[in-house]
Write a protein that binds this ligand. Structure first.
Ligand SMILES: Nc1ncnc2c1ncn2[C@@H]1O[C@H](COP(=O)(O)OP(=O)(O)O)[C@@H](O)[C@H]1O
Ligand SMILES: CC(C)(COP(=O)(O)O)[C@@H](O)C(=O)NCCC(=O)O
Length: 388
């Protein structure tokens, strides 16, 4: 079973109840968010009686939320059976029982977003006897981002020159912003309010490109291995720099220094070298830089297009990885001449799953927000012992 970077507390506590499982089934990863409470008094509200909506919006229903924890987990989509086993073993699917008016009989329904909510609906039905209640991916990304930015203390941060600085978000001055979600592919969304947004751009050169090309070129067995490898590499071995073209000097007339990358992987055309003559770490580094740079640049151009000063980057490609964030941030800073700011999110990969979670009962957001602001409740983010 792949628990990724998060530890999930076991269900050894007999009083622990889980509810509100939500899923984001993407091209590369399945993200799970679920809620648990240890309060034995809440059996009726959190039990799987099947004909009750397990909401968080009104009266006592909000109470368990204040006393529980949100859990985050992820699986590789290609190992979807591990995810199904995990849900079954932990009985996560039983807490979210509801009846859909459209269904003739009682069915357990689980909120799900991402393309896999469509692709794997039959599999979930067959293996777990649950119906996936599909929520739009962009709706969920925006709902998740807005919630995190408004409700969670120290969610957003900048990353420049190796320094992470948390950003104080003024709830009254959050919009507009550009949300760049770097998953398998990349979506760029102009966000103007709760539920008020437009997907303005995207690119097919994203996290799937990095992992896919990287796997082929380096023979790495996992994404984390590839990322780790990139930390030891030197992209200049394979990238063609301005100085390589200009005989070691800057092209100062147009503001290009000799160390600027003129052409990613460009040296590979002139060298009499084959793939095996390059070090895998240099390839990984160059690839990471190429893709991060490109996304940073497209993001900046879209921010410019709509006059947006703040760009929040999410998606699991980022992985809190220093070099990735640095490359993106430097790109945005360079192109915008310091006008636009790249910001990153602590719960980067879980925006969609959180958005789906919140859609169980949209009004519940206010309760959650109030609780978080009063420090009565905080999502629990449990880092694992994994290296990266
Ligand atoms: N353990 C992992 N396995 C595969 N890809 C990973 C992993 N961790 C991070 N990634 C990166 O995150 C990307 C997926 O990000 P995500 O936001 O989950 O998008 P999606 O919804 O398309 O799955 C991958 O394409 C890859 O670049
Ligand atoms: C199709 C997608 C929305 C799916 O989301 P993902 O699973 O990659 O998170 C995304 O891959 C995307 O926006 N791709 C870029 C398509 C384009 O604008 O060219």
């Amino acid at each position: 079973m792949d628990l990724g970077e998060f530890q999930i507390p076991g269900n050894s506590d007999p009083n622990q109840k889980t509810s509100h499982l939500s899923l984001d089934i993407g091209g590369s990863l399945i993200k799970l968010v679920y809620f648990s409470t240890n309060d034995g008094d809440n059996d009726d509200e959190l039990g799987s009686s099947g004909n009750e909506s397990v909401g968080v919006s009104n009266g006592s229903r909000s109470y368990p939320v204040l006393k529980g924890r949100l859990h985050f987990s992820k699986f590789e989509t290609r190992k979807i059976n591990d995810c199904l086993d995990f849900i079954q073993t932990k009985r996560l699917h039983l807490g979210g029982c509801q009846r859909l008016a459209a269904l003739p009989i009682e069915k357990t329904i689980i909120k799900a977003t991402g393309g896999g909510a469509y692709k794997y609906a039959d599999l979930f039905k067959e293996k777990l006897d649950i119906c996936l209640d599909k929520e739009d991916e962009m709706d969920c990304l925006v709902a998740g981002a807005n919630f995190l930015l408004k409700a969670v203390h120290q969610e957003a941060f900048t990353y420049l020159d190796g320094k992470k600085e948390f950003v104080q978000i003024d709830q009254n001055d959050l919009y507009p912003y550009l949300l760049v979600n770097i998953g398998s592919g990349v979506s760029m969304i102009k966000v103007e309010g709760d539920g008020k947004f437009e997907r303005v751009s995207g690119t097919n050169v994203g996290g799937g490109t990095f992992w896919g090309l990287g796997r082929l070129l380096t023979k790495c067995k996992s994404f984390d291995e590839l990322l780790e490898l990139s930390q030891q590499g030197n992209n200049r071995v394979i990238d063609m720099l301005v100085g390589d073209i200009y005989g070691g000097t800057d092209y100062s007339k147009v503001g290009l220094s000799s160390t600027t990358i003129a052409s990613s992987f460009g040296k590979a055309i002139s060298d009499k070298k084959e793939l095996q003559d390059y070090q895998p770490e240099d390839i990984a580094r160059s690839l990471l830089r190429m893709i991060s740079n490109n996304i940073g640049q497209i993001a900046y151009l879209n921010a410019l297009r709509f006059g947006l000063k703040r760009i929040f980057f999410g998606g699991f490609f980022i992985r809190g990885h220093a070099y990735t964030m640095d490359t993106i941030a430097v790109g945005v800073d360079f192109w915008s001449k310091g006008e636009a700011k790249a910001m990153f999110l602590r719960h980067e990969g879980f925006l969609g799953a959180l958005g789906a979670f919140m859609s169980y009962e949209k009004h519940g957001l206010d309760d959650l927000k109030d609780a978080v602001q009063g420090n009565a409740w905080l999502p629990v983010f449990i880092p694992s012992k994994s290296k990266s």
